[in-house]
Design a protein around this ligand. Structure first.
Ligand SMILES: Nc1ncnc2c1ncn2[C@@H]1O[C@H](COP(=O)(O)OP(=O)(O)O)[C@@H](O)[C@H]1O
Ligand SMILES: [Mg+2]
Length: 407
């Protein structure tokens, strides 16, 4: 993942950025004419994945400026930030014509412990010798009001789905990926202007066979399948009522593994206090222990405990309900798990047939035995016996044939 696609296809110069001409011109004018500016900061705002960070990087590249990046954790300690930016904003650079100081994603600066950091930043904006560029998804929060006045505001627009299509097709071309036109289209619409999400999804969906089809896409974005889970975790995370929590999973037909992943991904979006989050994760990990026992020993009566931990355990981890709306969502790991399962679907089904036949566990067959079958498969006589014995279907046979290991 080192050479990940968002990096590989990051624009090298501002001309490669799509659909943000106006914003980029404003940014360029701000940086180039920095000496004349009365406001020493520029605040780029707009939805995720539309090119805010990418345009700062591209511009620095283009103008041969050194990019000094600061993140939220630097701000926890105002002495540290003073030492990084205080000097960085005064010293001249040896190899570059100048610097841009990037403070990316200021939305991440939250709570009391960062107030000092914000103060430091605002002080810095008065005295800096180099342009400071900030980015935010939502700059209209009350706590940014002073900061807003100190900065030139530059709006980035949500990318049009056609733009997303264009970029994704470009990537397919250079990666040698074939695609159904409607599939690219569907993917682009579904990421709703977030090109980063689009690029990552494309990578994951095509990593198995360099092809993108609607079939996979439809399954992946099957709202009918996901809505009950979404509803259930919303109930769990939003209530402190034991009865409400306890019944939350009643309508969920997906297996609880997936529910656990959803909770894992979404708990931090709702629970803001570390001790609450710790409690919630403790419940989750206890539930996971029961899950292990259930699948190892088929102790189905443990399901009750697992259910209670996932619902009441997680729900009561918070001291009180949080107000307001939270957009719970499918996260990266869920996507990864789905793709992994797809990739290994045939291997799994072979393993389960083998397990039923030889009285071992499916997990054992999956990990230890199926690979051995792949070695044996170069012996065609043996192979056809196996096919018959395990009643393998065409797909499974094909899988084994394709992956046979020649010895
Ligand atoms: N307008 C755009 N034109 C071309 N590529 C883009 C654009 N916006 C985003 N990207 C791609 O998506 C990735 C993530 O964009 P980024 O600038 O980090 O988003 P954000 O607005 O959240 O800072 C970039 O590395 C780039 O590959
Ligand atoms: Mg960014």
């Amino acid at each position: 993942m080192e050479d990940f696609w968002t990096k590989r296809y990051a624009p090298k110069s501002t001309s490669e950025l799509k659909g943000q001409e106006k914003a980029i011109n404003e940014l360029k004018a701000f940086v180039v004419g920095f000496k004349q500016q009365t406001k020493k900061g520029a605040l780029l705002y707009g939805p995720p994945g539309c090119g805010k960070t990418a345009s700062v990087i591209a511009l620095a590249n283009e103008l041969n400026l050194e990019l000094v990046e600061l993140n939220a954790s630097d701000f926890r300690n105002s002495a540290a930030i003073e030492s990084i930016v205080g000097s960085a904003s005064k010293q001249r650079s040896l190899f570059h014509a100048g610097k841009i100081i990037l403070v990316d994603e200021i939305d991440g600066l939250a709570g009391r412990e960062d107030r000092g950091g914000l103060q430091t930043l605002m002080k810095l904006l008065k005295s800096t010798a180099f342009p400071i560029v900030l980015t935010a998804n939502d700059p209209w929060e009350q706590r940014f009001s002073t900061l807003r006045r100190q900065c030139r505001l530059i709006q980035f627009h949500k990318l049009n789905y056609k733009t997303v299509v264009q970029v994704l097709k470009g990537i397919c071309k250079s990666e040698g990926i074939s695609y159904e036109e409607v599939a690219i289209d569907g993917l682009a619409r579904r990421v709703d202007g977030d090109l980063r999400a689009g690029i990552i999804d494309l990578f994951l969906l095509t990593s198995a066979n360099k092809h993108l089809s609607t079939k996979e896409l439809e399954f992946l974005f099957d709202r009918k399948r996901e809505l009950p889970i979404l509803e259930a975790i919303t109930r769990i995370l939003k209530t402190r009522d034991i009865e409400v929590a306890l019944g939350a999973l009643n309508d969920v037909s997906e297996d609880l593994d997936e529910v656990m992943l959803w909770l894992d991904e979404n708990m931090p979006l709702e629970y803001k206090k570390p001790e609450e989050l710790a409690k919630a994760y403790e419940s989750l990990s206890k539930a996971d222990v029961f899950r292990g026992r259930i699948s190892r020993w088929q102790y189905w009566r443990f399901l009750v405990y697992m259910n209670a931990l996932l619902t009441v355990g997680v729900a009561l981890a918070k001291e009180e309900k949080y107000r307001g709306y939270t957009k719970f969502q499918r996260g990266r790991r869920i996507l990864n798990m789905w793709i992994w399962n797809r990739k290994n679907m045939l291997k799994k089904s072979i393993a389960s047939k083998l397990a039923a036949h030889t009285h071992c566990s499916t997990a054992y067959a999956f990990q230890e035995v199926v690979d051995f079958l792949r070695v044996m498969y170069s012996n065609s006589e043996w192979a056809s016996k196996l096919e018959e014995e395990l009643e393998l279907d065409e797909k499974e046979i094909e899988w084994l044939k394709e992956r046979r290991i020649k010895v």
